[in-house]
Design a protein around this ligand. Sequence first.
Ligand SMILES: [Zn+2]
Length: 482
Amino acid sequence: MGETLLTETVSETSSDGSEAGETLLEREALHNIRELIRIDSVNTGDLRTIGDGEARAARLVQAALAEVGLESEFIESTPGRGNVVARLRGAGPDGGAPERGALVVHAHLDVVPVDGQDWRHPPFGAEIHDGLLYGRGAVDMKNFAGVLVAVARSFAREGFVPPRDLVFAFFADEEAGGVWGAKWLVEHRPDLFEGATEALSEVGGFSVPIPAAAAASERSEAPDAGAATVRHRRAYLVATAEKGVAWARVTARGRPGHGSRPTTDNPVVRIGRAVAAIGDHRFPFTRTPALETFLERFGEARGLAFPDAAADVEAELAELGFTGSLLGAGARDTASPTVLDAGSKTNVIPGVATASLDLRVLPGHEETFVDELRAVIGPDVELEVSTWIAPIASPVDAPIVSAMQQAIEADDPEGLVVPYLLPASTDNKHLSRLGIAGYGFVPLRVPDGFDVFGQFHTADEHIPVDALAFSARVTERLLRLA
Ligand SMILES: [Zn+2]
């Protein structure tokens, strides 16, 4: 196929020297990421239109691991949908069994479509311009796949035995719910994750600025305020929880009739009222453990505590720009009406009208959310919840979070790891069914104004090349410690 992760790695240097990383680990990581981006593994969500991109990417990963003697299993859940899983055995301090359960480090090999988007640089070109790598998957998430391959190869070359088993997993189909990827493997091949207690993947690990609060900078100018010197200038967000997702349908029924003779129970009017009520409703601001810890640590670092009142917290979050909007989205349940369906002819009052809802639910609200929604829409429409993927939450003070802090600090002494709640979903939800606690942490140090989350699924998806080198170094360190 002309696709190789390996032999070109050490020597390949583009004309502008952009692949000339400092170390073999960094050079290989960048090389792998570019090779993976060059494989079009777009997931349309439709088996009829998906090619074999994921399988080719998976084979590429497998070949790279095999070259350094790492055995892996290639699993095609259905033709073209490739997954690869490898286990690096760990040992305890005395050389016996590891003291901790296995850690699953995973990345998905599929990407979202690029159709209808205006790209300045080719989405599968992996071109580097002005120190930025462009391409679909540059942040979501061929970057981490490439880093994981480089780290696994580095460990294998060194003969390093980690303190716990490391399961390197590369999944298909994350972007369409993991049906042929993580979900499939959890259901059909749970043995691959045997003994695993934690998992590490997207979405988190990127740096965001910690703006010094005005009051804090005044304090630090006071003559006796030497101790108030700001120690942390950047936060690295780690997703310790994810919102759940549900789909629902609201149905209004009434007596059909002629448009010339209005009725009091016209279902179109009733569905309209229900949809408007949902649109007007704001679910309560909720301080989940992830948000609570974020407010505490981030507030401490910027030298100004967040207020107690929900409205004031939200006002302050709004001032944090993209960081605040990400945090704000994880502070409330939401219900968005997305599809309306009623009637077929202008002079006919239909007997039924429906609306579809996209629901996002916080951990801890699984039991109460539907009742609350029912109260909002009122008694004269029906509510039916179809798909339901429960939210997940992992301990915020786990040793692995301390290991992240250590791994970051070694490279960025001004970095502070801070938990947050991801308002979206990842493959960690599937792994949680096996009792595996998931964390979103793909370390990336980026300039202050760079919104990594904002790069997901957009045109001209890109990432600074030096952030990828950072990613490789910190991930390698973290997997040694974790
Ligand atoms: Zn992703």
